[in-house]
Design a protein. Structure first.
Length: 257
């Protein structure tokens, strides 16, 4: 990631030792004041509290929705624990995990994100936690989008070929589709995360606490596949809507006869 030069200038003329402002420290190698990781922030305390408050609230709401969905699914397990509906539970689970990981990031910024005393060095290197949350931020959306494509693709197949779909289900074909969908989602996501690590890994942004690909090429490896899968999903949505509109039109004509 790219950041503005946040090094503070000091008056280092003569023999007088430079004095750094609060939340900065003197770098003996360069003679300049550098922002201290976990202490200095380029935003005001009010802005920081507001942004963090909104983010934490959104994360907590997401976790609550996921928990409610799981509880509801237990009561509807005969429907929800079958393919393709079980894909929606996988997505709910991965979203809950991602939300918890992001929530952990707000507990101890210094311990989780700082690899050195220098804030900017820590940003460029990326901590172990940053690599974990960055990997999850790539893996989970790709896995979820792939699962949604399989789910909606199965719904479309059922809508256009109901008898074939019923025959496939009774013969146990959905079990193989289920396994294939999981393998595709997990395999493709791991492949993309591996590519991002191969070209730079992950580094931290400023506000909010978030870790993304450290280089432009790594960022592209995460974004373009997601856009491609999203395009497939939106195409499926449009085809399904077209089918629903045709069915409604057919019912309307039949009622007018």
């Amino acid at each position: 990631m790219f950041f503005p030069n946040e090094t503070a200038s000091v008056n280092n003329t003569g023999r007088e030792a430079p004095k750094c402002s609060r939340d900065f420290f003197l770098d003996n190698s360069s003679g300049l004041c550098r922002p201290e990781c976990g202490e200095w922030d380029q935003y005001s305390p009010a802005t920081r509290r507001a942004v963090y408050g909104v983010n934490i609230t959104f994360i907590l709401v997401t976790i609550i929705v996921c928990v409610v969905t799981f509880v509801w699914s237990i009561f509807r397990r005969k429907i929800m624990f079958r393919y393709p509906n079980i894909i929606l539970l996988y997505i709910t689970f991965t979203r809950a995990i991602l939300s918890i990981l992001h929530l952990v990031g707000y507990t101890d910024e210094k311990a989780l994100y700082c690899t050195s005393r220098d804030r900017m060095t820590s940003f460029e290197e990326g901590s172990a936690y940053c690599n974990i949350i960055g990997s999850a931020t790539t893996f989970i959306p790709i896995f979820d989008l792939t699962g949604l494509c399989f789910h909606l693709g199965t719904v479309l197949f059922t809508a256009y070929f109901p008898f074939r779909a019923r025959k496939l289900e009774t013969k146990g074909g959905y079990k193989y589709l289920h396994v294939f969908a999981v393998i595709c989602g997990v395999g493709f996501s791991i492949f993309l995360v591996g590519l991002q690590f191969a070209v730079g890994g992950f580094s931290r942004t400023v506000v909010p606490i978030f870790c993304l690909a450290a280089s432009e090429s790594a960022f592209v490896f995460g974004v373009i596949p997601g856009c491609f899968i999203s395009a497939i999903f939106l195409t499926f949505v449009m085809v399904l809507l077209f089918k629903i509109i045709n069915i409604q039109g057919w019912k309307l004509k039949r009622s007018q006869v």
